[in-house]
Design a protein around this ligand. Sequence first.
Ligand SMILES: *Cc1c(COP(=O)(O)O)cnc(C)c1O
Length: 269
Amino acid sequence: MRFLPFLSHALLRRPTGGVRAMASFTAAPANPAEAATVVENLAAVKGRIAAAAAGGAPTLIAVSKLKPLELIAAAHGAGQVDFGENYVQELVEKAASPDVPADLRWHFIGRVQSNKVRALCGVRGLAAVHTVSSAKLVTKFDACWPELREAGAGPLRCFVQVNTSGEEAKGGVAPADAPALAAKVAAAANLDLAGLMCIGKYSAAEGDAAPDFLALSAARDAVAAALGVGTETLALSMGMSHDFETALAHGASHVRVGSTIFGARPPKP
Ligand SMILES: *Cc1c(COP(=O)(O)O)cnc(C)c1O
């Protein structure tokens, strides 16, 4: 597989084998041992999901931000089709590679700035945006999607991000504002309301994100009531490496797991 410019420049490889990024959107070139580890990690995460799933078949989104296409290809070769990315420019560059398999589904899970909506809508294989957090973004996605989507693509699936922990550093609307924003997505001609998304409060202590997951589930009840639809029609995107089992116990339909599959990431750009 070919290296993209952002994947190959300016790397510092330490004697331990660890890799540090020297520029934004720089990812470590993968070696065969790393690819094999990803395949093993993926199988282990799938096993843990199967054991923790309270029912249904949750979707595993393998979060590949700052990781090279080689490792995405390794996971895809082991049957993984849903991948999550956080940075628009990185996703645009990765998705443009002719090496990306046609059935690969990209989930955008990062903060969206309205001046990046057009670029995002042009991404081949964009399956969903999990971080819709304002009426302005809804209007912009609704306008750009029909113009830029691939031929034959349906409405863009959107999750409304809810800031369940009230932390200032996190995006998303307050739980009380979720029904109004969800209604706006549902009413948009070119968008589909997929459900709600949150990022749990990070803590090494197991179970600490449970209040966030309970709050997202309650927000879903409120949205379902406001829209007059069944709760089962609305997905819950919640749970990351450190808390996906807790999220599944609280009804997550989509879990977003990165470092447990792909290994530690270089620092954020
Ligand atoms: C990075 C990220 C993830 C994955 O995080 P890990 O802890 O590496 O599993 C999940 N969701 C969002 C929104 C992220 O930014």
